[in-house]
Design a protein around this ligand. Sequence first.
Ligand code: CU
Length: 471
Amino acid sequence: MTDWTSLLNRRQMLAFSGAALATAAVGPTFHVARADDGFLEIAAGPAKKKLLSEGTAEADLWLFGGSLLGPEIRVTVGERVKVRLVNNLEEPTSIHWHGIRIQNDMDGVSGLTQEAVAPGESFEYDFVAPDAGTYWYHAHNRSWNQVGRGLYGALIVEEVVPVFDREHDLTVVIDDWRILEDGNLDQQTFGSLMDWSHAGRLGNFLTINGVSDPEFRLSRGEKYRLRLINVANARVMPLNLATEKTKVLAYDGQSLPEPEEGPPAEFFLGPAQRVDVMVEADEDFSLNFVARDDSFPFARFNVTDSDGSQGHIVWKPAISNLPEPDLETANTYSLEMTGGAMGQMGEMIYNGKVLERSDMRETGQLWAFNGVANLAKEPFFSVQKGETVVIDLTNNTAFEHAMHTHGHHFRIVEREGAEADESAYWRDTFLILPRQRVKIAFVADNPGKWLFHCHMLEHAAAGMNTWFEVV
Ligand SMILES: [Cu+2]
């Protein structure tokens, strides 16, 4: 039916759009009950939801709190986040709080910072959210399987003095799903080595906040913050926000000192990346998916006259005080990315042993960092707390990747062949093009064992995973 490796285009979307839900998703509000001990209880479990409308099958999903787009967690910066994860799945799970500069034992990486939570068991996450911004949470055990089935939600850390009131602060969670013509999730292709060795699991159906082609209603002349979050397993979203009056407010949860021009007419949001955009609602506009031959809208923002009740909005961002990397004294670590389809494999170590080509199907290991697939006993590097680290990456594969550091934000200090200087921004996930070389720098100030991996979840599972230690 569908060529999974091709870009989505209007024709593919049209196969489903006649059956799309006409539901408006206007700033979804979630109510999560806090238990007596102050914990929000969020259960991970199977659930049936319609992705398509009447006459089609319900999709078999795995969801947090039973809702398609897990409960939105909103806290104020500096506040404790207390979540009790209850595992109602038939396999172990955990939650990672993406982009939060968190204490290590709360980072939720099963096998590195905690044991995965067994079926029927629970785990209490309790941490402080140190930076105001747009974050998200997702399952971090067999993520390629669990996130792809719907185990994710938004984590919004609000400023102490609100910059936008709640009505003008919209979360826009973008996902693509691989669904069958009857509307169910394509479950058979989870774990497909074709996906793992190529661009990852790409879908054929886009949702925003769990809804296809939703409509947001805005009031004319008012300013809104759109918090765009890409939660797709592997798809880099080529986007266009079809309106004139926009400014970029933040990347990956970290506010810019001043709103900047942008985003450009076509911009890319990699898996796990976020961008906060301020829009002034002038006329109706849409968020478009930019396809090679034909772009199409997949969220509408309809503007009507204001009833005059607008909240006052002041730009007074909560700028985080992240420690500035000192490039003079930095420790530099080189990382060569290899493997995948159309790539050179070379010798690859997995679990301390040289992997033969014939083992690849069985182990699913297809990519390597410095010749090592997945987590080794020894860290990629170990540094003293407070030292500056430069990671010098060379992508010797035929694919683009979305590299993510746990526990730390970094600056992109060098990108081969790039005209734009990105070094002014803090990020927790960056895209690296095929054959490109990129250097990132950060102060390793957060003690513990931290993952550094590709956020294309199939690539991570198939080897693009390593860890570093801050002591
Ligand atoms: Cu990758």
